[in-house]
Design a protein around this ligand. Sequence first.
Ligand SMILES: Cc1ncc(COP(=O)(O)O)c(C=O)c1O
Length: 344
Amino acid sequence: MIDLRSDTVTQPTAAMRQAMADAEVGDDVYQEDPTVRRLEELAADLLGKQAALFFPTGTMANQAAVHLHCRPGDEAVVERLAHSHDWENAGAAVLSGVQLRAVDGEAGIIDAAALAEVLAPRTELRSRISLVILENTHNMAGGKAWPLATLSETAAAARAAGAAVHLDGARLPNAAVATGTSMAKLSAPFDSVMISLSKGLSAPAGSVLAGSGAFVREARRVRGLFGGGMRQVGVLAAAGIVALENQFERLAEDHRRASDLAEGLTAGGGASLAYGHVDSNIVVLDVSGGGVAALAARAAERGVLCGATATDYMRLVTHRHIDDAAVTTAIDCLGGLLAETSSD
Ligand SMILES: Cc1ncc(COP(=O)(O)O)c(C=O)c1O
């Protein structure tokens, strides 16, 4: 099978499995796991923050950030297609009493002027907007990598209005590779940052939430509240360390293959790029006329798995298990199906 549904399907590397077997562990709820400490220090360093905390998932880390930056009855601004808006089970409302205010971006990007308008002073009859969440790369907007200048301006507009800024950086490593900008620079405008270890970096599970020392101390309390305290979890942190140390550079290959894939699939005219770009490892195709679920089902019968993210949008994600031959096969298979569909 050629699995283009997501980079979350990546398997741990041999080095990760070895590191997991060898990991020195302790009870992390007592803060006694030396491997978790090492991962958290490494992540804080790479993200240019004072401290970091290991979480079982990116969703829990994002929701902990919402919980910490907002009070019940507050609002948090998100881009309409953002993971925290569409794919976290209304967690902000359920777990924190926070209402999300969805704003349309341009290919996932909310510029400073648009944000300033949303954050304009409000009467006391309207809820306080205490948080803005930005996503980099923006998953559903075709893996968009924010230019650093735009990211900084939008974050500054949030701060100017008194809101905190959280970065959903599930794929921040991809953003850093795509823009040639360090993760620390891309994280600098933010109060808190989440990165995932389990996507293109290939670790089996885990995310990290970073911020100031005081923020991370509170995040530990909220992680406990959400049931995310883990015990001898150095076995997972060990894989996370290998992910951050060894899997970063090769993301450029995934990006190059995503461009090849997009080029091959749009050449025939059966589909176009939904957001006009391939910045990283995600291709979102606009399959005009819809029927994406049926198309994905036919592709699956031929051994190619695709993400049917909307009736007329198909998401394809490259990762460590997609080599050049897989790209060629996927172009042949999907290109053929797209040509048949557009001539139906
Ligand atoms: C942009 C983004 N944020 C957050 C998450 C959540 O991560 P997890 O699956 O670890 O909860 C994902 C997962 O796909 C994501 O794509």
